[in-house]
Design a protein around this ligand. Structure first.
Ligand code: ATP
Ligand code: MG
Length: 392
C-alpha cells in the first residue's frame, strides 16, 4: 500500500440541492466519519463536491474503508487515490509507482484529467497529453488507446494537490441518512422488509425498527434473526433502535373472537396501530412496510386499504411495484438474503387462515373487530415493549 493512499468519494444528487447543499454535505461528512470509525483514524472533509478521507496513520485498514465508503448513502462513487504535487513530473511519477501493477497487466491505457482548480496553468486536455506522453515512454509495452483502454489513469487537479487514481467503483447512491425525515419500519424476518427498509434509508430516511413477537408461538431464534437483519442494515443506516412489541395476546384474542377469513387483516391492522403509536412517540413521520401489491392475500389493493384504515400517518411501501425476483436480487446485493431465508416462524405465519379474504369489505372487517377491546389490547401490548440498540 502506498502510504499516502486515500479515498475520494463523489457526492451524488446532493450536489443538486442548491441552498440545502451545505447541510447535505455536512450530514454526509458526519455519516462517512461515523462509518469509517471502525476502519481506523481518518480525516474526512469536503471540497468541491468531493469528500476526502485520509488515513491519519498506518493502522488504518484501507481495504475495509473502501468497502465501508461504498455503503454510505449519498456517495455515488469511490476511488482510492494518491495525492501529489501539482506538476507534470510529480503526477507522472505518482502514476508510475502507484499504478505499476495495473500497468503491468494492461495492454493499453489512456489518461483522463479533470481540473477543479481553474487557475492551474494547463487545461485538462493538456494535462492528459503531457502525462500520457510521459507514461507512454515509461511503459513502452502499453499502448495508448483513447477509445477502449484496459486502464484509465485519472488525474484530478484540485485546490492543494493533484490526485491520481484508477477507475472509481459505484457507491450506494441515494441521499445521506438523516436528510429524509424519520420513519418507523416494520421489520419481520422475511425477505421483503429488510429491502424496504434499505430503500427508504437510501432516500435519506432515518429509521427505527419495530418487530412483533408472539411467544411461545415464535421463538427466541426468530427474534435473534430479526436483530441480525437489523445489524446487517446498520452498515447502511447507522445504529438502529429496534422496538420489540409483544403480539401474543392480540393474536389469541383475534383467533378466539373474529371470523377466520379476517385473521390476517385484523392482525395487520393491529400492527399498524402499534407501529403508529411507536412512531408518534419517536417523533417519526411515516411507517415503512415490505408490502408488494398482490404478493399475498393481505396485500391486494383492497386488503391494503383495510390495513391502512386504522392509521393516519403515511405508510411507505417502497416494494409495492416490485416483483419477488427483483426483491430477492436486491436482498442478495445488500447482504440480507442468507439471513432472511433462515427457517424461523414469524408471528404472521402463526394462525394463518385457510381461506383469507382477498376482496375484503372495510365495513365487514370493522364490524368483525368490534368483538375486541382494541384500545386495551394496544395499550397492554405497548406496556410490554422492550428495546434493543443495534450497532454496526
Ligand atoms: P416475506 O418477506 O417472506 O414476504 P413478510 O413478512 O414481508 O414476509 P407479510 O407477512 O405479508 O410478509 O408482511 C408484510 C409486511 O408486514 C412485512 O414486510 C413487514 O413490513 C410487516 N411485518 C410482518 N410481520 C411482521 C413482524 N413480525 N414484525 C414487524 N413487522 C412485520
Ligand atoms: Mg411480504
Amino acid at each position: 500500500m502506498n502510504q499516502n493512499e486515500m479515498l475520494l468519494l463523489k457526492l451524488g444528487e446532493v450536489v443538486l440541492k442548491g441552498q440545502n447543499r451545505r447541510s447535505f454535505e455536512d450530514r454526509l461528512v458526519s455519516n462517512v466519519r461515523r462509518r469509517l470509525k471502525g476502519c481506523g483514524s481518518f480525516q474526512v472533509y469536503v471540497r468541491q463536491s468531493t469528500i476526502y478521507a485520509e488515513p491519519v496513520n498506518e493502522r488504518c485498514d484501507m481495504e475495509a474503508a473502501y468497502d465501508a465508503a461504498r455503503q454510505v448513502f449519498g456517495v455515488v462513487s469511490v476511488a482510492r487515490a494518491v495525492p501529489c504535487e501539482k506538476t507534470v513530473p510529480a503526477i507522472v511519477d505518482t502514476a508510475r509507482t502507484y499504478l505499476a501493477e495495473a500497468f503491468a497487466q494492461a495492454k493499453s491505457f489512456k489518461v483522463e484529467s479533470k481540473r477543479a482548480d481553474k487557475t492551474f496553468y494547463m487545461n485538462s486536455i493538456q494535462v492528459s497529453q503531457a502525462v500520457g506522453g510521459d507514461l507512454a515512454e515509461l511503459f513502452p509495452d502499453v499502448a495508448v488507446d483513447v477509445r477502449r483502454p484496459d486502464l484509465t489513469v485519472y488525474v484530478e487537479i484540485r485546490e492543494k494537490y493533484a490526485y491520481v487514481h484508477a477507475s472509481a467503483v459505484p457507491g450506494a447512491g441515494g441521499l445521506p441518512v438523516g436528510m429524509g425525515g424519520h420513519a418507523v419500519s416494520l421489520l419481520s424476518g422475511g425477505l421483503d422488509s429488510p429491502v424496504s427498509s434499505w430503500m427508504m434509508a437510501r432516500r435519506g430516511v432515518e429509521l427505527e425498527m419495530v418487530h412483533f413477537v408472539s411467544p411461545p408461538y415464535t421463538s427466541q431464534q426468530a427474534q435473534d434473526k430479526v436483530l441480525e437483519l437489523a445489524r446487517l442494515l446498520t452498515a447502511y443506516c447507522g445504529r438502529l433502535l429496534v422496538h420489540i412489541v409483544p403480539f401474543t395476546e392480540i393474536q389469541e384474542e383475534i383467533r378466539k373472537k373474529c371470523p377466520e377469513e379476517y385473521f390476517t387483516l385484523i392482525m395487520r391492522r393491529f400492527m399498524m396501530r402499534l407501529a403508529e403509536a411507536v412512531a408518534k412517540r419517536a417523533g417519526a413521520g411515516a411507517l415503512v412496510t415490505g408490502e408488494s401489491l398482490g404478493q399475498v392475500a393481505s396485500q391486494t389493493m383492497m386488503a391494503l386499504g383495510v390495513t391502512e384504515d386504522v392509521v393516519s400517518m403515511p405508510v411507505l411501501r417502497p416494494l409495492i411495484g416490485m416483483d419477488k425476483v427483483e426483491i430477492i436480487r436486491m436482498a442478495r446485493e445488500i447482504g440480507t438474503y442468507e439471513t432472511s431465508i433462515l427457517p424461523y416462524e414469524d408471528c404472521c405465519t402463526v394462525f394463518t387462515p385457510r381461506h383469507p379474504a382477498t376482496r375484503p369489505n372495510l365495513e365487514d372487517v370493522r364490524r368483525a373487530e368490534e368483538a375486541l377491546d382494541v384500545e386495551a389490547l394496544v395499550a397492554r401490548s405497548l406496556e410490554g415493549e422492550t428495546w434493543v440498540r443495534v450497532k454496526f
